[in-house]
Write a protein that binds this ligand. Structure first.
Ligand SMILES: [Zn+2]
Length: 264
């Protein structure tokens, strides 16, 4: 495995000065294809996680009604698809896409996500003409500060796989980033400042939002609060289905200690 410069760095450790120094001193990221090729990581199968809430599950834990974490509660959207758990290589890649502007890796992960949508028959061939890809939004102030809209990049990578339009149908007011909050507060903060952009019913590519299949794309799902808030808004446009499509799911510490993480 290729070692990135600071693979174990925490998200909170990224100060603006560090980010700027790295940018101006010519810090560069390795080729994502090479990193991907040399990593032992591989995408999850449908048996590795709950299709209602996305958490990592043990053998036989989930049924059609969900897993130990979500049974009896509303699922996230009409299902969730993920590339993997938010650990090890996948976690490092996401952190570097998000905080070190590793755009190429964002596109690679997006394409993997798109391929998985087809391989796992989340969207059937007959439905491809109805797909609309919607990234979870980032406040414009944060986009300028970070220099990258990672969810949009991932969404564009995924959309290329089935030639679907990417529409920023949601927007977000600047506020406390979810990543800085403890899990308990993320649930309350999830919908804050989120709203729907006004789009016509007929969108580019001649597709209709009513009756469409929306893939709502984000990098990491932690509590699902932000995705749920986005789904609630998008439902008012009457799509046929909304699938939460995320690169990784961060399991809560209690689950991490009970479910054995397999090296991938
Ligand atoms: Zn579940």
């Amino acid at each position: 495995m290729i070692s990135l410069s600071r693979p174990e760095q925490s998200e909170a450790a990224d100060s603006p000065i560090e980010v700027m120094l790295e940018y101006w001193l010519g810090y560069s990221m390795p080729s994502p294809e090479r990193v991907r090729h040399e990593s032992a990581w591989s995408p999850d199968t449908r048996d590795d996680y709950c299709s209602r809430c996305g958490v990592t599950i043990g053998p036989g834990e989930a049924s059609a009604s969900g897993c130990g974490s979500c049974r009896g509660k509303p699922g996230i959207a009409d299902g969730i698809l993920r590339l993997g758990a938010y650990t090890d290589d996948l976690r490092n890649w996401i952190i570097n896409v998000k905080y070190h502007q590793w755009a190429e890796m964002g596109a690679v992960l997006g394409r993997e996500l798109g391929r998985l949508v087809i391989d796992h028959r989340i969207v059937l061939d007959t439905e491809l003409s109805k797909v609309i890809v919607v990234p979870m939004p980032m406040p414009w102030q944060r986009r300028i500060y970070r220099g990258i809209d990672h969810a949009r990049l991932i969404a564009e990578g995924a959309a290329k796989v089935f030639n679907a339009p990417v529409l920023s149908m949601l927007c977000k007011r600047n506020g406390t980033p979810q990543v800085t909050l403890p899990r308990s507060q993320r649930k309350r903060n999830g919908s804050q400042g989120l709203r729907l952009h006004s789009y016509g019913k007929l969108i580019p590519g001649g597709r209709w939002i009513r009756g469409s299949v929306i893939l709502l794309v984000d990098d990491v799902c932690t509590t699902g609060a932000t995705l749920r808030a986005g789904v609630r808004l998008l439902r008012t446009l009457k799509p046929e289905r909304i699938i939460a499509t995320v690169v990784a799911v961060s399991d809560d510490p209690a689950r991490r200690s009970t479910v054995k993480y397999q090296p991938r």
